[in-house]
Design a protein around this ligand. Structure first.
Ligand code: MRU
Length: 369
């Protein structure tokens, strides 16, 4: 169990974003308070887990799934079978876009099916733990395949750093450890390959400035924060070698839903011949749909996240309004990048073309019977 007093650990030191802290007790990092404060929050009942997901104490597709899995363990511990069934239905609606949520719930429910009441809590806990352990292995798999991309670019750059641009936080904080988009960067850094990350601030919740920059700093990776609209300019001037983003849901044909603004990065990358890769754990593939623009539900959040900005002033956490009173705002949290704009999908089993064939070749067990 991580020691909260030590704050965020480096990835190689066994960092975790969620952990079992005792009977009926799970802990998470309250990511809303980062980067200024490292606060550990307790989950003692499944509704704490539901709130942690919907209020974004935890976020990022793999961590949302892991939190749902641990919430089902809390439901079983608290209320037995009836609470477990209620929680499974309620948790599924806590955030709409990341498919890992449904995947993790289905996995825990399947593991617990047929288990008698006495064994329910232990079975749910074992499955939640397995999901978390596997997530770290998945990130490391993505890291190893993405590392080869970075290595090949580095060979052409004669000691100059490889410049990677990323959007939102698809880092250790969005997963169990290492992240998806950041895993290749962390492994390259550990291997001594010079790498530098352009970090999009990622309005409106600023996952880039508040989370990605923070965790890259904790891992000693050189990085520079930029406003979301700077990427195109940097690409036009040859300052981006590679874009790598995460994803919240990828269809079986390779359309990618990710944080709002990802699509615009893909368009700019296409216009400037910059490779645009998506780091894709297999847990984020939605095999039931093919057309991302039509079929992926896009979360719309509180417009207050657009009109107000959060920060710290004189050591005090504060939120300020940036608009005239009454200004209408809309807050679309994700967008869909069509497969044709994606150079490749970096999965734990290798890099696939963003297409049905590409994904099915790596994951043949999902082929229709
Ligand atoms: O709204 P968030 O912070 O949950 O959005 C997260 C992202 O868009 C990430 O890039 C995505 O979940 C991939 S996480 C490995």
């Amino acid at each position: 169990m991580p020691d909260p007093a030590r704050g965020m650990l480096a990835c190689r030191d066994g960092f975790r974003t969620i952990w079992h802290a005792g009977d009926g007790h799970v802990q998470i990092i309250d990511q809303r308070k980062l980067p200024h404060d490292y606060v550990v929050a307790d989950l003692r009942v499944w509704r704490d887990g539901e709130r942690a997901i919907s209020d974004m104490l935890v976020r990022g597709a793999p961590l949302i799934g892991a939190t749902a899995a641990y919430s089902l363990y809390l439901a079983a511990f608290e209320e037995g079978r009836s609470g477990f069934d209620t929680a499974a239905a309620a948790l599924a609606g806590s955030r709409p876009t990341a498919v890992n949520l449904r995947w993790a719930i289905d996995r825990v429910v399947a593991r617990c099916r047929g288990v008698d009441d006495a064994g329910l809590t232990a079975a749910a806990l074992a499955e939640a733990r397995a999901i978390c352990d596997e997530d770290v292995e998945i990130s490391l798999g993505i890291g190893r395949h993405g590392l080869e991309l970075i290595r090949r670019i580095a060979e052409r750059k004669d000691g100059e750093p490889v410049n990677v641009l990323t959007h939102c936080n698809a880092g250790a904080l969005a997963t169990l450890n290492y992240g998806t988009a950041t895993a290749p960067v962390y492994l390259a850094h550990e291997a001594g390959i010079p790498v530098h990350v352009w970090v999009d601030e990622t309005r409106p919740r600023n996952q880039g400035s508040q989370l990605t920059a923070y965790e890259l700093a904790h891992n000693g990776v050189p990085h520079t924060l930029i406003v979301d609209n700077a990427g195109g300019h940097l690409m036009q001037h040859g300052l981006v070698d590679l874009v790598v983003t995460g994803t919240d849901r990828t269809t079986r044909s390779g359309d990618v839903a990710n944080k709002i603004g990802t699509y615009l990065k893909a368009l700019a990358a296409d216009d400037n011949d910059v490779p645009f890769y998506v780091a894709l754990p297999s847990t984020t593939i939605d095999w039931t749909i093919a057309d991302g623009i039509r079929d992926i539900p896009i979360e719309e959040r509180d417009p207050g996240e657009v009109t107000d900005v959060y920060g710290v002033s004189d050591g005090m956490r504060t939120t300020v309004s940036t608009v005239a009173d009454g200004t209408p705002a809309a807050n679309y949290a994700f967008d869909v990048t069509p497969a044709r704009l994606v150079t490749g999908l970096i999965t734990e089993r290798g890099i696939a073309p963003a297409s049905r064939d590409g994904l099915e070749r790596l994951f043949p067990e999902y082929l229709p019977e």
